[in-house]
Design a protein around this ligand. Structure first.
Ligand code: SAM
Length: 272
């Protein structure tokens, strides 16, 4: 074992953040974490991860800022529109058989994935019997998701995605525009609970019929991916559905045999 000093310091920094604040990034994929923490060092005038560690340990109010470097909030409404089309065509008809539904959007960021599913469930007549649970470790992101306000410059992309996802109306029916932003219709937030929950350190909190967790596993190493997939397996009802991101797979997971592929390309699975 001959680790570079920077890698040793990074390991110690992650250990310190976990011990002091409970955020466990120790098994996140190191390459991108290192790149993002180097940016944090630059912004906060730290010459090394050890200096950053000292700063964080002695300034608890810096945690939010550090979390904003360590988590990625890139998202879109109806991101990968064919995923939502597949949910509409292949999952929703089966969800119609349940009198009430619990849907978990794990790693919901600013809420784009949730608002997309809420619209879809409305259009398919399932919204009124559904409770959505939206979770993330980033409380700033959760606060934004609760407000449902997005920058207006994104509207063109979101509208195009909505149409490609098989949207049945005009996307403009779901928001109100003002100057440089738009706010999602408050009726979409009627049946939703937003809460702080970590896929790494927290447990099952309800039995789910469908879990959509897209573009989160990609930041975890193999071992940690299995922790999260195990949590999904324990949370789903039998025959419940799991959707993950286009660059993610269950193929190498210890839980691979617990799931059946529903749509390989769109990464939709059913628990068996
Ligand atoms: C790239 S965003 C994905 C947003 C959305 N799901 C999508 O696909 O567009 C990744 C999100 O995962 C969240 N996240 C990272 N680690 C997490 C963890 N351990 N538990 C829950 N959420 C986590 C981040 O805060 C961020 O909001």
């Amino acid at each position: 074992m001959n680790l570079k000093s920077e890698d040793i310091e990074l390991g110690l920094l992650l250990e310190a953040i976990y011990l002091k604040y409970g955020y466990d990034f120790r098994n996140y994929s190191r390459i991108s974490l290192k790149r993002r923490l180097r940016q944090a060092c630059e912004k906060l005038n730290c010459r090394s991860f050890s200096m950053l560690q000292d700063l964080i340990l002695n300034n608890p109010d810096m945690v939010t800022e550090i979390l904003s470097f360590m988590t990625i909030q890139v998202s879109e409404m109806f991101r990968d529109p064919l995923y939502y089309k597949a949910v509409r065509d292949e999952i929703i008809p089966l969800l119609h058989t349940y009198p009430s539904l619990r849907i978990w959007v794990a790693g919901c960021s600013y809420g784009e994935e949730f608002y997309s599913l809420a619209i879809l469930f409305k259009e398919e007549g399932l919204f009124d019997r559904t409770i959505f649970y939206c979770t993330d470790i980033n409380n700033d992101a959760l606060d934004k998701a609760k407000k449902g306000v997005f920058e207006f410059e994104k509207i063109k992309d979101f509208t195009r995605n909505y149409q490609m996802a098989g949207g049945k109306k005009s996307f403009s029916e779901y928001y109100t525009a003002s100057y440089d932003s738009f706010i999602m219709d408050k009726s979409l937030r009627q049946n939703v609970v937003f809460s702080d929950h970590s896929l790494v350190t927290d447990k099952v909190f309800a039995e789910m019929h469908f879990i959509s967790c897209r573009n989160v596993l990609i930041y975890f190493n193999r071992e940690l991916q299995d922790v999260a997939i195990g949590l999904f397996n324990d949370s789903l009802v039998r025959n419940g559905y799991l959707g993950i991101g286009s660059k993610e797979t269950l193929q190498f997971s210890a839980y691979y045999n617990s799931f059946q592929e529903v749509n390989r390309k769109e990464r939709l699975y059913k628990k068996i």
